[in-house]
Design a protein around this ligand. Structure first.
Ligand SMILES: C[S@@+](CC[C@H](N)C(=O)[O-])C[C@H]1O[C@@H](n2cnc3c(N)ncnc32)[C@H](O)[C@@H]1O
Length: 297
């Protein structure tokens, strides 16, 4: 099993995650104190870095380490490492879990803004007439979940009972979404939402290529994933088929890609051509489709 999948278990039990991080942090902090080594050149930075990266891999699959962790071959010293951290977290190693999340958010992508999308409210106008009380809605590739929360906010004003689940690849994103905190830029607040046992909001880590549910969902939305850099044509078709299998009969899929030149080439018709669906709406980078019979694949 790939390393990063084990985070599922850790996220379910925050205490064990906390223990893992705290063992790491305190052990290295103690090392720093006991040895009183010059931090500039004697600290065994390569061992520290290897362990740090292994822990980080719980949160970020390697292909999604877009910036510092990937580009920088290695840190030359602890001082060098600290220089990449937010100022308030430099100079020590005994970080608490939220600080640790902030550090890897920064190192993974200092520019990571979260998905502060106005797209979701607009999508709400399209999908909400097709939803009935009690619906189950899945958001695939929800990223940091700010858009999912914005959608939840709108839905919760209209529907008293429903379940909205966001799934995405990076456990780090799941963590942000569950906490509703933007760890790179805490001042960018999430839409305020308070789920309850009737209006449920869940965030889970999953590689959509592992999706294998059958006839469970009333609506699946997927924004900025199909036709993006993570999904070529074959993968996009494969995933669309998985989604159709996951839908109840006559249920809906909303696809959108306003990112990455989405749906321009090959165009959406190429994507949906082979599938048993009805097109409810298709406009620019948006497609709202209905499953019309069981997929044949
Ligand atoms: C461009 S972002 C869009 C985020 C959000 N849906 C929005 O519209 O703001 C695409 C997201 O899909 C996630 N992703 C990429 N490959 C994935 C996969 N195989 N399974 C699940 N999510 C994936 C990425 O990590 C990223 O968060």
């Amino acid at each position: 099993m790939k390393n990063y999948l084990t985070i599922r278990e850790l996220l379910k039990n925050e205490q064990s995650l906390e223990e893992e991080i705290s063992n790491f942090s305190w052990r290295w902090q103690k090392y720093l104190k006991n040895t009183s080594l010059s931090i500039t050149y004697k600290f065994p930075i390569q061992y520290f870095e290897a362990e740090f990266k292994a822990l980080t891999a719980y949160f970020l699959p390697e292909m999604y380490w877009p910036t510092i962790l990937k580009k920088k071959k290695s840190f030359s010293s602890l001082k060098d490492f600290w220089s990449f951290l937010p100022a308030e977290l430099q100079g020590h190693l005994n970080w608490e879990l939220p600080e640790w999340i902030r550090i890897i958010s920064f190192l993974a992508s200092p520019t990571k803004m979260g998905t502060q999308a106005d797209r979701y409210p607009e999508m709400y106008d399209i999908i909400s007439p097709y939803l009935d009380q009690g619906f189950k809605l899945l958001d695939i590739g929800c990223g940091t979940g700010q858009g999912t929360c914005a959608l939840f906010q709108k839905l919760s004003r209209q529907f008293h009972t429903f379940e909205l689940t966001g799934r995405t690849l990076e456990a780090l994103d799941v963590y942000w979404a569950q906490k509703q905190i933007n760890y790179s830029y805490p001042k960018f607040e999430y839409p305020k939402v308070i789920p309850n046992y009737k209006q449920k909001l869940l965030f889970e880590q999953q590689d959509i290529l592992d999706f294998d549910e059958k006839e469970r969902w009333d609506l699946i939305i997927c924004n900025g994933l199909l036709w993006g850099p993570a999904m070529n044509e074959n993968k996009s078709k494969y995933v669309l088929n998985l989604m159709l299998n996951g839908l109840k009969e006559n249920a809906y899929i909303y696809l959108e890609n306003d990112f990455h030149e989405g749906f321009q080439y090959p165009n959406l018709n190429d994507l949906i051509f082979d599938f048993p669906i009805k097109v409810v709406l298709q406009k620019g980078g948006k497609a709202f489709i209905q499953k019309s019979k069981l997929p044949s694949i």
